[in-house]
Design a protein around this ligand. Structure first.
Ligand SMILES: Cc1cc2nc3c(=O)[nH]c(=O)nc-3n(C[C@H](O)[C@H](O)[C@H](O)COP(=O)(O)OP(=O)(O)OC[C@H]3O[C@@H](n4cnc5c(N)ncnc54)[C@H](O)[C@@H]3O)c2cc1C
Length: 282
């Protein structure tokens, strides 16, 4: 439970943080809330030679609305998202992450850069069609959430890049729902499903369904989405679409559940999350 020895620095600017990463090479790691990295270091599953702590870097905190989207600084903790209900599904999902201690320390940037397929925020970023900004020694680039998650704990964030902010489209007028299944209320998701839906009268104008823990990366239940788009949002149609929620997924079996049980959960939770999302549209 004691990490391997490492150097530590807490730069006061983004440029200095990037320079520290470049100088140290691939053995350096950024430190945000530390609630994923430090446990890995204590288990000796990670042994960075240098930790570059982002806590003194200005401009990486907060939630603000800009041109029809929410700009969320990378160091914004889950608890701030939880208490920002205007963020819709992002807020709803953040409220179910672990316990208050984890939600006050863990950050959205850390969660997305870490790329654990059991994390809750990545699926919400997929269905809101969010984008992240990455800043590195060669400048800035934007990456869509759909292109961010490459494999289990592997993302498009380069070794010398800092994820500085997340831009989440506001989705005004959409309904949202989220169901997370776990054995104890504060555990990681055995399976999670989040939904945003835009209804026009009784008809589904658009719907997006995000899946957590159903493969090596978060994903969208595209077959279920396609089955509902343009259709009446009746209980029968929702139930029929939810039956397609696990199509194309490859959930890992683990101590908690077989792959088949996770597929079953995905179908049940999808029906419940769509129903909740629809009720939230009023
Ligand atoms: C007991 C416990 C229960 C948990 N349960 C859940 C849960 O139910 N659901 C859930 O979603 N999460 C859960 N988590 C994880 C928690 O949400 C983490 O805080 C989060 O995944 C990582 O955020 P962090 O700020 O702590 O990142 P850190 O641990 O500091 O960093 C994680 C990784 O991301 C990199 N990184 C961090 N910030 C940046 C950045 N700005 N740019 C580029 N790279 C960066 C780091 O170098 C590191 O590789 C749990 C954690 C604990 C300890």
């Amino acid at each position: 439970m004691i990490p391997a020895e490492f150097e530590y620095t807490a730069p006061e600017s983004l440029d200095d943080a990037i320079r520290a990463l470049v100088d140290a090479g691939e053995d350096a790691k950024l430190l945000a809330g530390g609630h994923s990295l430090i446990p890995l270091m204590k288990l000796r599953l990670a042994a960075p030679s240098l930790l570059v702590d982002l806590r003194k870097v200005p401009g990486l905190h907060g939630v603000e609305r800009q041109n029809g989207a929410w700009r969320i600084g990378a160091l914004t903790p889950h608890a701030v998202l939880e208490h920002s209900p205007d963020l819709g599904v992002t807020s709803m999902v953040a409220a179910t992450i672990a316990d208050p201690q984890v939600r006050h320390r863990g950050t959205i940037g850390g969660s997305l850069a870490h790329g654990d397929s059991a994390s809750d925020l990545p699926a919400a970023m997929l269905i809101t069609e969010a984008e992240v900004t990455l800043q590195g020694p060669n400048g800035q680039r934007s990456v869509a959430a759909a292109d961010l998650f490459k494999d289990y704990m592997t993302t498009a964030v380069g070794d010398d890049e800092v994820l500085t902010e997340v831009r989440v489209p506001a989705l005004d007028g959409w309904g949202c729902g989220h169901h997370k299944f776990n054995r104890r209320s504060e555990d990681w998701a055995m399976v999670g499903v989040c939904v945003v839906v835009k209804a026009s009268g009784p008809t589904c104008e658009d719907i997006r369904i995000g899946l957590t823990s159903m493969g090596s990366v978060p994903s969208r239940a595209t077959a279920a989405e396609a089955a509902l788009r343009g259709q009446e949002l009746s209980a029968e149609n929702i139930a029929a679409a939810a039956e397609l929620a696990a199509d194309g997924t490859n959930p890992p079996a683990d101590l908690n559940a077989t792959a088949d049980y996770k597929r079953h959960l995905a179908r049940v939770l999808t029906r419940r999350a769509i129903t909740d999302a629809l009720s939230s549209t009023g």
